[in-house]
Design a protein. Structure first.
Length: 193
């Protein structure tokens, strides 16, 4: 039997009528991913989105020179979705892969649409979409306008668990720097403590 307690916390029981909350959590299915499993692969169409219960994952693209560049990290309570592919049924431009073993809850597009008439469910989705947009916008501006050390300190402040559980090479590509530069920045910070 699936323990849906995690989903009930995600959807904050106070915001939903009991019957709506039960209808919502019944549409999700618990799934486990091993380290290196793909949640979504480049070139495929996203048929599910996930709420991460535990573990770490990342999205990445391969640039024109063949380099693996991290674009986002996911941890507990994050939504994992390729918005464009999921809603518009286009091919994914990036892959999302488990960094560690992960437990997530998935919902198909068809089941998601069944829930769209529940106002509180729509509001949760809208809020998550807006927050994702702001996070993406903040990161893209930071890559252009902030020094590398500041980008690292911001990541350390906003997602300390990611910094502790994700390989440094992946963090470096996310920050738009080399792993050598990241090591130097980390040493500078350690030396000032």
């Amino acid at each position: 039997m699936n323990d849906q307690h995690f989903l009930k916390k995600i959807f904050n029981e106070q915001n939903f009528k009991r019957e709506d909350l039960d209808k919502i959590v019944d549409q999700y299915q618990r799934i486990e991913f091993a380290k290196h499993d793909y949640l979504i692969e480049e070139g495929s169409t996203a048929n599910f989105y996930y709420f991460m219960e535990s573990g770490y994952a990342r999205s990445y693209v391969i640039d024109l020179e063949g380099n693996d560049i991290s674009t986002k990290f996911f941890s507990a309570t994050d939504i994992i979705i390729d918005w464009h592919s999921y809603f518009l049924k286009t091919k994914c431009r990036e892959s999302i892969q488990a960094i560690t073993p992960c437990v997530a809850w998935k919902i198909s597009f068809e089941n998601f649409m069944k829930l769209f008439n529940i106002e509180a469910f729509r509001e949760v989705g809208r809020t998550r979409l807006v927050n994702n947009y702001f996070e993406l916008k903040t990161h893209s501006v930071s890559i252009i306008a902030d020094p590398a050390k500041e980008r690292y300190l911001n990541l350390l402040k906003s997602k300390p668990d990611v910094v502790q559980n994700v390989p440094l090479k992946q963090i470096a590509t996310y920050l738009g720097i080399t792993d050598t530069s990241l090591s130097r920045i980390r040493k500078e910070i350690a030396d000032t403590k």
